[in-house]
Design a protein around this ligand. Structure first.
Ligand SMILES: [Zn+2]
Ligand SMILES: [Zn+2]
Length: 746
């Protein structure tokens, strides 16, 4: 557009007059603004700009010489955030990959990689980072620290080792704030000006000898430094994967790089951090996860962005951490479904991590005792290099024996069959520990009126309410709705209401009655709600202060209890017949992980599984500790049914408070899909009928989904592009919809 005004300007100003800003708005292209004093170096920088009557934060994604709207129509930017570094080109590339792959707006991807405070339109006031140094007496004090000062000692040791800013110290030590203040009071540390980073010698301390398999895994990974090579470590439980990670991480940071470690659960990060702090003194570590306060998230994000971290450890959101010198990525428990975000941008952190490693030309290590079928297929297609650890790292430790209790023959009361009860008793007599796994929290999943058959359901969801006896509440596990427990049946007035089925609370209560002397701890989302509660319970169990642990899959991962010899699995059959084709894979993985808790030290372990289907081939594979045997069976089933990894899926999920409006929308979506398929070259795209998901109503919203699939990823993405462009044009009004590429819950 040439207006008299712009035409009269010297041509030297013509370049890059227009800045393109992407916002956190689904499926909208970037908007044009006057570039002002920004330029191409600012791509990746956060700005605040007017949009309609609002001021919104957005990210600069590009520049242009002109705008189709005309320069005179463009507005200037309101503010340019120069308080923190812009996203680097590598990060923008990862965002673009996500935007393309998940069919999401790039602005939404980029802004979601920032802590909420940094993506607000409000001016940002930065908290000052405090730098500290050891005081004159620090080293002498450390030679003989007083007993009962473990927290102080750990923090002071980190300062002496070279960790000098308080953000990193707080990230590494859970109670660092109090410790730092106490150390300052005693003069053991002093506040200093920000000093240039000191030279730190980073070496792995106190290394146990690696066995041959561990050593060759470490050698293989370290030999690929500087190249993109994806590894899958398939290591049985207790085989010492962590030790392999540690050696690879140490190698990466000794060579001046940064390492990114992704873990499936927040609960696993403090344990791993403490471990790292002892083994890799001097390495600056920052943990990132969603349980941090808003202020902590900002501090830590900036510490990473400004290059004050050698190792970033976190849950899935950490995959977007700004790491300029990334030299290694580790994804622990790579099979875990929590790496897939289940709302908004539905990315898989594992898959984005593989992209980042490729872009950064560095090795990536995916580790699991029960690798995902996708990763196993990638090994078979020679895309991933496999490293196998088939021995338990502790030589004396054996894999536990797995036996079944046939529920067709044994009646269980409160979830516990007689053989399981007597084995628990025998375990306690030997002064060993037992773990009982039941994948359902609460007391009972249903309250039933024996007169009329009424069952209490959630008014907002198509689901029953779970009875929580301890809180005396009925709770919906889908929307959070709660109500008091009725004294009489709301339908017929009868007072005979019984709790049907069992959850963790009920099993705990039965154990308390059966073994009154035993020290019992329950681990589920109700029992360990508070920060640190999980750690306290697991710490007590590790010290032998707990005899029986009962809990959900929160107990399955990554904890060592040397005295644990019996694992009981109470109710697992449900998943075998789930509508979700991934349910069996998840069940088998969980049972192997849970079973792997038993017998990690010198004493032999035993796993007892209560089931009505003991002859099922999947259960037989578990009994043989043959995960790969299970995987081969499951993969051939998937191949025959044209399911992932032999097909690629995408799901359009929609919800609306009116079922009529939802129905009309889904019909239009379905038409649009068939239209879109016609416009493309003849390629295999299967379009399923729109259906209601298992939970057809959630929190007052009716839900529907439509699945499309193709054997070709490229064809599927071309189809999605054409289809979603049509869906964008549909009158959606009250319907909220989203596309989920590679869905895990179908
Ligand atoms: Zn009734
Ligand atoms: Zn509900």
């Amino acid at each position: 557009v040439v207006t008299p005004e712009t035409a009269s300007r010297p041509s030297i100003c013509a370049a890059n007059r227009v800045v393109k800003v992407a916002f956190d708005l689904p499926r909208l292209p970037p908007f044009d603004y006057l570039a002002g004093d920004t330029g191409p170096d600012d791509v990746g920088r956060i700005v605040v700009a007017p949009l309609g009557r609002h001021q919104l934060a957005g990210v600069i994604v590009g520049y242009a010489d002109t705008s189709e709207w005309g320069l005179d129509k463009l507005k200037p930017l309101t503010r340019v955030q120069r308080e923190w570094p812009a996203f680097a080109p590598a990060e923008m590339a990862a965002f673009r990959f996500c935007a393309d792959y998940y069919h999401h707006a790039i602005g939404a991807v980029a802004l979601n990689a920032l802590p909420p405070k940094l993506r607000s339109a409000k001016a940002f006031v930065r908290a000052r980072v405090r730098h500290v140094a050891p005081g004159a007496t620090a080293r002498a004090w450390l030679t003989a620290p007083p007993p009962r000062a473990r927290a102080l000692t750990a923090v002071l040791q980190s300062v002496v080792d070279g960790i000098r800013d308080d953000t990193t110290l707080k990230s590494m030590h859970p109670r660092a704030v109090a410790s730092i203040n106490a150390l300052l009071d005693r003069g053991l540390i002093v506040v200093t000006e920000a000093a240039p980073p000191m030279t730190r010698t980073i070496a792995l301390h106190a290394s146990p000898a690696l066995n041959a398999a561990q050593q060759s895994a470490v050698d293989a990974i370290n030999a690929t430094a500087g190249r993109f090579v994806p590894f899958l470590i398939d290591g049985i439980t207790g085989s010492g994967k962590t030790e392999v990670y540690l050696h690879a991480i140490a190698h990466a940071i000794r060579h001046g790089g940064q390492a990114l470690v992704l873990m499936p659960e927040i609960n696993l990060t403090p344990q791993f951090l403490r471990h790292l702090a002892v083994r890799l003194p001097g390495a600056r570590m920052v943990s990132l996860h969603s349980a941090l306060s808003a202020g902590e998230r900002v501090e830590r994000h900036l510490a990473v962005a400004e290059g004050r971290a050698d190792i970033v450890i976190g849950t899935r959101l950490a995959v977007f951490a700004p790491l300029p010198d990334i030299k290694l990525i580790v994804v622990d428990e790579e099979h875990d479904s929590s790496f897939k975000q289940q709302e908004g941008l539905r990315y898989s952190a594992r898959d984005v991590a593989v992209f980042r490693a490729r872009h950064a030309a560095c090795p990536i290590v995916l580790g699991s005792a029960t690798p995902s079928l996708e990763s196993i297929a990638n090994v078979e297609r020679a895309r991933f290099t496999e490293l196998r650890l088939t021995q338990r790292a502790n030589n004396a430790a054996r894999l536990p024996t797995v036996e079944f209790i046939d529920l067709n023959l044994e009646r269980a009361s409160d979830g516990l069959s007689q053989p399981l009860r007597s084995q628990i008793g025998a375990t306690l007599e030997r002064r060993e520990q037992a773990l009982l796994f039941i994948n359902r929290r609460g007391f009972a999943p249903t309250l039933l009126c024996t007169q009329c058959g009424h069952m209490n359901a959630c008014t907002r969801c198509s689901a029953r309410l779970t009875f929580h006896r301890r809180d005396k509440r009925l709770k919906c596990h889908h929307c959070g709705h709660e109500e008091s427990v009725p004294q009489t049946c709301p339908e017929c007035g009868s007072i005979v209401i019984v709790a049907v089925g069992e959850g963790t609370e009920r099993v705990e209560a039965a154990l308390e009655r059966a073994f009154p002397q035993a020290r019992i701890a329950r681990v589920d989302r109700d029992a360990v709600r508070n920060k640190g509660a999980m750690e306290r319970v697991l710490g007590a169990a590790a010290k032998g202060e707990i005899d029986i642990l009962v809990g959900t899959q929160m107990l399955a991962k990554g904890h060592d209890f040397p005295n644990l010899t019996l694992v009981g699995v109470i109710n697992a059959d449900g998943a075998m017949f789930s509508a979700n084709f991934r349910a069996t894979e998840r069940l088998v993985a969980t049972l192997i992980q849970v079973g792997g808790r038993a017998g990690r030290a010198e004493r032999a372990g035993r796993v007892l599984i209560q089931t009505a289907f003991a002859d099922h081939p999947f259960y037989r594979a578990i009994a043989r500790h043959d995960y790969r045997g299970f995987a081969e069976l499951a993969l051939s089933e998937r191949r025959e049914s044209h399911l992932p990894p032999f097909a690629h899926l995408a799901l359009l999920r929609a919800e609306c408070d009116s079922s009529d409006a939802l129905h009309r929308f889904m019909q239009a979506v379905s038409h649009a899909a068939h239209d879109a398929r016609h416009t493309l070259p003849d390629q295999a795209i299967d379009i399923w009928d729109a259906v209601a998901p298992t939970l057809a109503r959630k929190a007052g919203f009716e839900r529907a989904q439509l699945m499309v699939q193709s054997p070709s990823r490229v064809a599927l993405h071309a189809f999605l592009e054409a289809w979603l462009a049509k869906v964008d044009q549909l009158p959606a009004r009250k319907v909220k919809w989203i596309v989920d590429v590679d869905p895990v819950d179908v």
